[in-house]
Design a binder for this molecule. Structure first.
Ligand SMILES: Cc1cc2nc3c(=O)[nH]c(=O)nc-3n(C[C@H](O)[C@H](O)[C@H](O)COP(=O)(O)OP(=O)(O)OC[C@H]3O[C@@H](n4cnc5c(N)ncnc54)[C@H](O)[C@@H]3O)c2cc1C
Length: 454
């Protein structure tokens, strides 16, 4: 009898297994494919290698400003793919080694949950006190009529050995934005057709606008309120606000994902699902069935690796009898590229809608010394706070290293630091992190390097 049976070897399953083992549990992890899951094999890691390549290409174009003469001779997709495979293999091997060193048994095969305490893998039945489901997500089937032969999935994009000439992107979320940024930076013609008014509808409007400008500067044609209806004779037919638009491209990017939450026994046991298809869990990552927990992409919502990992830690602790609460308010989001985004908490619009009395502060990269000396002045920090209490409600950063800088805000929110406390701090100079402190100081009206307020 195991203490915990974990289903899935992605960032969620991996974290759940190790945490349960650290708490002295006897743990088995079931994985039907390769260790690493979406993150390592076809998500975060390969996509960030591609974006690093694109970013280096952009940086190289600026090398002359720093006295370096370079001749850019071309771009070798195959070399990037080889790097993604090498790094992904190394990480997956490291994961297997860590599971082994924690004494975790790994069973290869498809797990089917038979009861709250048993999982079948082929002919073998594993018995456990608790089950943690971390079955992740997969690409949803493409539903665009007429798209056969034209679709480029994210899996295919990350394994491409030559660049398409032109691509239509329709996903307004982070994966769509990253793919549009990547393809445009590498020289593809990118048309970005948005079902709504803007990219990143769940993020602060100012961040979305800044990233949209960055995309436009790289040649992306953004078409708001244009939904892809069908593909006809090689042309994409888009339903615009007033009229139909037609666009001819080599490829249409397909990145829509769906949680893997059915087809392996949970339905029959009465485990509930949310409207997005994700497994429904409470603040302890417990499902409606006693003894079954779920974590990560299979629960829908923000489908991100660090979320999968944090939820999995919570699920494992609860499964091992250590009460733990999943802090969903601390979910940070990021977009990588030369211009990055990092955010946590509520956008200004969301805080307004929640009835909070909101005050904001902001600070542009353009007057940060480090951004100036590096020639990376596109960006800003925006702070959203409660005007009465000084509670930090959200922080939104667009610009170089935003994905790292947002960690400051996550920590501040985790420790329930107020705007005033954050603003009193100071950082090394010259550095991008000075802009974060300045953003907080502006919320209180005393950012030193901004023109005097009204
Ligand atoms: C292109 C792309 C870029 C991304 N970039 C980022 C990023 O930069 N940052 C970020 O945080 N997130 C990113 N993500 C999302 C991230 O990859 C996922 O959020 C993360 O992998 C989720 O982890 P998980 O463990 O929940 O699921 P997965 O990583 O999907 O792992 C689930 C595992 O379960 C296995 N499995 C499923 N069913 C069964 C079964 N019945 N029995 C046994 N095994 C089973 C699967 O084979 C899989 O290995 C990206 C995703 C994509 C597609």
């Amino acid at each position: 009898m195991y203490d915990v049976i974990v289903l899935g070897g992605g960032p969620g399953g991996y974290a759940a297994a190790i945490r349960a083992s650290q708490l002295k549990g006897k743990v088995v992890l079931v994985e039907e494919a390769a260790m690493g899951g979406t993150c390592v094999l076809r998500g975060c890691i390969p996509s960030k290698i591609w974006l690093t390549a694109a970013s280096m290409k952009e940086q190289a174009a600026k090398a002359a400003d720093f006295g370096i003469s370079l001749e850019l001779k071309g771009f070798d997709c195959a070399a990037v793919v080889a790097r993604t495979q090498g790094v992904s293999n190394d990480i997956a091997m490291g994961m297997s080694a860590l599971l082994a060193s924690n004494g975790i048994e790994v069973v290869t095969g498809r797990g089917v949950v038979q009861s709250a305490h048993s999982v079948a893998v082929g002919e073998t039945v594993l018995e456990g006190k608790s089950i943690i489901v971390a079955t992740g997500s997969r690409l949803a089937p493409c539903t665009i009529p007429g798209s056969e032969g034209l679709v480029l999935t994210t899996d295919e994009l990350l394994a491409m050995t030559s660049l398409p000439g032109s691509v239509l992107v329709t996903d307004p979320g982070p994966i769509g934005v990253e793919c549009a940024m990547l393809l445009a930076t590498l020289g593809c013609q990118v048309v970005y057709a948005l079902p709504g008014a803007r990219i990143l509808p769940d993020e602060d409007q100012d961040s979305a606008q800044r990233l949209a400008s960055a995309l436009r500067e790289r040649g992306v044609r953004i078409m708001p309120r244009c939904s892809l209806e069908r593909i006809e004779n090689g042309e994409c037919v888009l339903a615009g606000k007033k009229k139909e638009e037609r666009v001819r491209v080599d490829k249409v990017l397909w990145s829509l994902r769906e949680p893997v939450s059915t087809g392996f026994g949970l339905e029959a046991l009465g485990v509930g699902r949310n409207s997005d298809g994700g497994i429904s869990v409470d603040a302890h990552c417990a499902t409606a069935v006693n003894g079954i927990y779920a974590a990560g992409d299979c629960t829908g919502g923000w489908m991100l690796s660090h979320v999968a990992s944090a939820m999995a830690i919570c699920a494992a602790e609860n499964a091992m009898g250590t009460p733990s609460v999943w802090q969903s308010q601390l979910v940070s989001r990021a977009i990588w590229g030369t211009v990055q985004m990092g955010s946590v908490g509520l956008s200004e619009e969301q805080a307004d809608r929640a009835g909070r009395e909101v005050e904001t502060g902001s600070f542009p990269y353009a007057i940060n010394g480090y951004a100036m000396l590096r020639g990376e002045v596109d960006g800003a920090v925006k702070v959203v706070a409660d005007a009465q209490t000084g509670e930090i409600l959200g922080v939104h950063i667009v610009g170089s290293q935003a994905s790292e800088l947002i960690g400051e805000a996550v920590l501040a929110m985790q420790l329930e630091c107020t705007v005033h406390e954050f603003a009193r701090g100071f950082r090394v100079h010259p550095a991008f992190c000075e802009t974060v402190v300045d953003g907080f100081r502006d919320t209180e009206g005393w950012a030193l390097y901004l023109p005097k307020r009204g």
